[in-house]
Write a protein that binds this ligand. Structure first.
Ligand code: G3P
Length: 225
């Protein structure tokens, strides 16, 4: 399962990218607006942080499919070939996904709330389908189950489309989908940091150091003895 950062805060991305095994960054128009910066300026900075080969997902804003296609080309031309264009899985979106697939542009079908929507996006040629786990839960659905069902459906039909689950509220949701072997999870920075947040680990590591230092001196490591 790929692990991506769902954020456009370049300070946070820079830190997570340095310390964690990340596969890319996803954004959406709300996330870009929250950055308070010019969209291409912040996206180019993200590209420079993650390098030319890592996945960068960027969403179109157009309402009509022909405009979505034109926007997709502009996004990829500006941000490089490893950029994956997010297209909402609407009727207009499906038409755009089919065209972009034929033109060799990678697409993430986004705003997925149902397996049927994902199925249609997969048939249209999307590389990824992004179910919104937490938002589905908030509609009294089961976001994790929906993501798993979509993954199984793609496999059962021999489709190339991978599930890229989004909208997480806790680490357990991410783990459940990793266990199921879905294509990817994109996680906001707060939940991302919670993936490793465990006071027991900190305590164990600190105890090892305290024991060693009691024997060999403060600040001593295997380099000093
Ligand atoms: O791109 C979709 C995803 O970022 C949604 O997350 O937390 O706004 O539901 P959230």
């Amino acid at each position: 399962m790929k692990l991506l950062i769902d954020d456009a805060d370049t300070t946070k991305i820079r830190r997570l990218w340095e310390y964690y095994p990340c596969d890319g960054v996803t954004t959406n128009p709300s996330i870009l607006a929250k950055s308070g910066r010019k969209p291409y300026e912040v996206l180019l900075e993200i590209r420079s942080i993650i390098g030319a080969k890592a996945d960068l997902h960027v969403q179109v804003l157009s309402r009509k499919s022909d405009d979505m296609v034109a926007e997709a080309h502009r996004i990829v031309e500006t941000l490089g070939e490893a950029t994956i264009v997010k297209i909402p899985a609407t009727e207009e979106g499906l038409r755009a996904i089919r065209q972009l697939n034929a033109q060799g542009i990678s697409v993430t079908a986004t705003a997925i709330y149902t397996p049927m929507q994902a199925f249609l996006a997969g048939k249209a040629g999307a590389d990824y389908a992004a179910p919104y786990v937490n938002r589905i839960d908030n509609l009294s659905g089961d976001g994790i189950q929906t993501a798993k069902e979509i993954h199984d459906m793609f496999q059962a039909n021999g489709m190339k489309t991978q599930v890229l689950a989004a909208s997480f509220k806790n680490a357990r949701q991410v783990l459940e989908l990793a266990r199921h072997g879905i294509g990817g999870a994109t996680v906001g920075t707060a939940v991302f940091e919670a993936l490793l947040d465990n006071a027991c680990v900190d305590h164990a590591v600190e105890a090892f150091m305290t024991d060693f230092e009691a024997c060999h001196g403060t600040g001593k490591t295997m380099l000093d003895i």
